[in-house]
Design a protein around this ligand. Structure first.
Ligand code: 8YV
Length: 315
């Protein structure tokens, strides 16, 4: 019996590629010189799409595969998958939640600390000889005992808030409703009010059309010149032009960002700023977590084609 044919949208590490190639016939979309020609050639044979969180699968790709049965996302965010198209056509969608939650939360906390305490500049201060030549490194800002706001108290937001409580921060959160598992923290429904509360404003909610630019110019202004925005979700959750304006005008004190519109290309305005920490969308980027993500991608595909329950279904 021939192996199910899969459209592979982006690269995977070799420890994933090997088992995928053994179990399926993989068509490497990302390597195709003429992607339209590849879809024309193999689209009718494609039964599954294996993609990445930031790459997804748009309607055109889905419709180019008329016998598509399942989309397996390497990542927890499935905002780049056209769920409406999948619903219309009865296509299953899976992602890789839970296995990456703690790494993503860890990096968010690290980004807050690194940016607030100026550790990138401090490293340069030592390495370039400034310490010996210019003396003490300039003072930065405290983290412990201040106020934090967590926009989105799902899996990742909850783990961020848990970690923040270790720094004696006054923690508030916003979500669609109060969470019974968050009785130790203050619920503030309005993102602007949450931003007014926060010295450190974490953006941790899942991205969708409904959350696009939820961190608006008003929210950014409410975080203010002494506040910091930390984004470990998706760039689309923030009005990036408004963010850049505020960072340039210093009406926002600082930002620490792991995601960007148009990544891996950035708006060049970011590169001129000294009040933003730039990270290359690597919040889940550890060997341990990425191996667990890759296994979930395979487990979901194998379960589907074996007619078994999907381990981590979205649709
Ligand atoms: C992954 C992510 O790095 O989980 C997600 O949605 O954005 C990241 O954890 C990405 O999906 C891997 O390409």
């Amino acid at each position: 019996m021939s192996k199910p044919e899969i459209l592979q949208v982006g690269p995977y590490p070799e420890w994933d590629q090997g088992p995928l190639d053994a179990a399926f016939t993989m068509h490497r979309y990302f390597e195709a010189g003429d992607k339209a020609a590849l879809l024309e050639d193999v689209g009718s044979r494609i039964r599954g799409i294996a993609t990445r969180g930031e790459l997804g699968a748009n309607r055109a790709m889905i419709e180019a595969c008329p016998n598509l049965e399942v989309v397996s996302v390497y990542g927890v965010g499935y905002d780049a998958v056209d769920l409406e198209a999948c619903r219309e056509k009865g296509i299953r969608v899976t992602n890789t939640p839970d296995v990456l939650t703690n790494d993503v939360a860890d990096l968010g906390i690290a980004m807050m600390l690194v940016q607030s305490r100026g550790m990138i500049g401090a490293e340069a201060w030592v390495r370039d000889g400034s310490w010996a030549q210019r003396g003490l490194y300039p003072l930065k800002h405290r983290v412990w005992g201040k106020k934090a706001g967590v926009l989105g108290l799902g899996r990742i937001g909850y783990e961020v808030a848990k970690r923040l409580s270790g720094f004696d921060l006054d923690i508030a959160y916003s979500d669609v409703a109060e969470k019974d598992y968050a009785r130790d923290w203050t619920f503030i429904g309005d993102p602007v009010e949450l931003a007014r509360h926060a010295d450190f404003f974490f953006v941790t909610l899942a991205a969708s059309a409904a959350t696009r630019h939820i961190v608006s110019r008003d929210v950014i202004e409410a975080v203010g010149p002494d506040g910091m925005i930390i984004n470990i979700s998706r760039a689309s959750n923030i009005d990036e032009d408004a963010l850049l304006d505020a960072l340039e005008n210093r009406t926002l004190g600082a930002a620490a960002l792991d995601v960007f519109e148009g990544e891996p290309s950035l708006n060049p305005r970011f590169l001129k700023l000294d009040n933003v920490l730039l990270q290359p969308h690597h919040a889940s980027g550890t060997f341990e977590t990425r191996k667990a993500m890759g296994k979930l991608v395979r487990d979901n595909l194998e379960a589907h084609f074996a007619g078994e329950a999907l381990p981590t279904p979205v649709l």
